[in-house]
Design a protein around this ligand. Structure first.
Ligand code: SAM
Ligand code: SF4
Length: 326
């Protein structure tokens, strides 16, 4: 097992498999995109699998595949199939924007993927186009239908910004009346490729009070262990509602995550700027046990929370979330 220097067990890998994406969400990337990395800089599938096997040996039991958009990487289904065979990995989840995902859902289900996070910030086609700079809402809604038809647990991620899409909070909450989905509102973070905060920040507290004004029966429920979301029910709604205090960073105390970027940089916190170059280690010819030692070592000087990690960075947060995975 890996334990960090604060006694927290590390059991969950978030792997960003690509920095490329077919959307340009304005809170994540500039309109023209970022300087996407040349392919040789990215981890190969073989390197990812070896790394996951090593981590599986060290007690990592859950893997989330994220990006960029995972399904723009060629042969993604093949990678997922191989990960599903790795000893020790009990759960594979995916975060996707849903543009290409609908036709793949039955196969995802067959591979044992029981839960998918679908990013959806608005149900209004024009606003979706403004926010993502692409007209893809119908494709995303098809993915939502496919997930529900196939009985895949669906969590909807919506980044909320005052004056941009705060009018979408209540329509998204209303979806939970008829649909068994968990809609989670995420505080905006400055990972947008420029470091500038384009929109007004809306805290999880403000988001919850806005929902409570409309739905006074909003009631807190128990959260899953290591959850980053605070979750609520509403009377007579099939689904649930949650908030993720990603900028306020209220959940660091139970963080069990290890993050790996598309170039194989290990992050022990979303807010750090990388603590170990796993890609170079994987390419250096050293043994699995030597890599294990380095992984364990990396967690012996982990920041206690996202504020400390941010203060230890060599540069201000400005990188795009597409290079980290969220
Ligand atoms: N492309 C996939 C998607 O959008 O679902 C996976 C990668 S995306 C970087 C992962 C998550 O990060 C998404 O739910 C997205 O909304 C969130 N995200 C991106 N930029 C963000 C930001 N600046 N602040 C908060 N969340 C952000
Ligand atoms: Fe792409 Fe996801 Fe970033 Fe949107 S949030 S630009 S879908 S990586």
């Amino acid at each position: 097992m890996i334990y960090d220097n604060h006694g927290r067990p590390i059991t969950y890998l978030r792997l960003a498999v690509t920095d490329r994406c077919n959307l340009r969400c304005f809170y994540c990337m500039p309109e023209e995109g970022i300087n996407f990395l040349p392919k040789p800089h990215l981890l190969t599938f073989e390197e990812m699998l070896r790394m996951i096997q090593i981590m599986g040996d060290l007690g990592i039991s859950k893997v989330r595949i994220t990006g960029g958009e995972p399904f723009v990487r060629k042969d993604m289904m093949q990678l997922l199939r191989s990960i599903s065979e790795v000893e020790g990995i009990e759960k594979i989840n995916i975060t996707t924007n849903g543009v290409l995902t609908a036709p793949l859902v039955p196969e995802l289900k067959k591979l044992g993927i029981k839960s998918v996070n679908l990013s959806l910030d608005t149900l209004d086609r024009e606003r979706f186009k403004e926010m993502t700079r692409r007209d893809e809402l119908p494709a995303v809604l098809k993915t939502l239908d496919a997930l529900l038809e196939n009985g895949v647990e669906t969590k909807i991620n919506a980044v909320v910004m005052a004056g941009k899409n705060d009018q979408d909070i209540l329509p998204l909450v209303a979806m939970t009346k008829e649909l068994p989905v968990s809609v989670r509102f995420i505080e905006e973070m400055p990972f947008n490729g420029s470091g500038l905060n384009e929109a007004a920040f809306m805290s999880h507290i403000r988001i919850i009070s806005k929902i409570r004004e409309e739905y006074p029966s909003l009631a807190k429920i128990a959260d899953e262990p290591n959850s980053t979301s605070y979750n609520y029910t509403i009377d007579n709604h099939q689904g649930t509602v949650g908030v993720i205090a990603a900028f306020s960073r209220t959940f660091c105390g139970t963080c069990n995550r290890i993050r790996v970027t598309p170039t194989g940089t290990l992050k022990t916190c979303l807010y750090d700027d990388g603590v170990l170059n796993l890609r170079d280690l994987l390419r250096s010819g050293i043994s699995d046990s030597q890599i294990k030692e380095q992984l364990i070592e990396a967690f012996t000087h982990r920041a206690k929370d996202g504020f400390e990690a941010e203060s230890m960075r060599s540069s201000l947060v400005s990188e795009s979330m597409t290079t980290i995975g969220g």
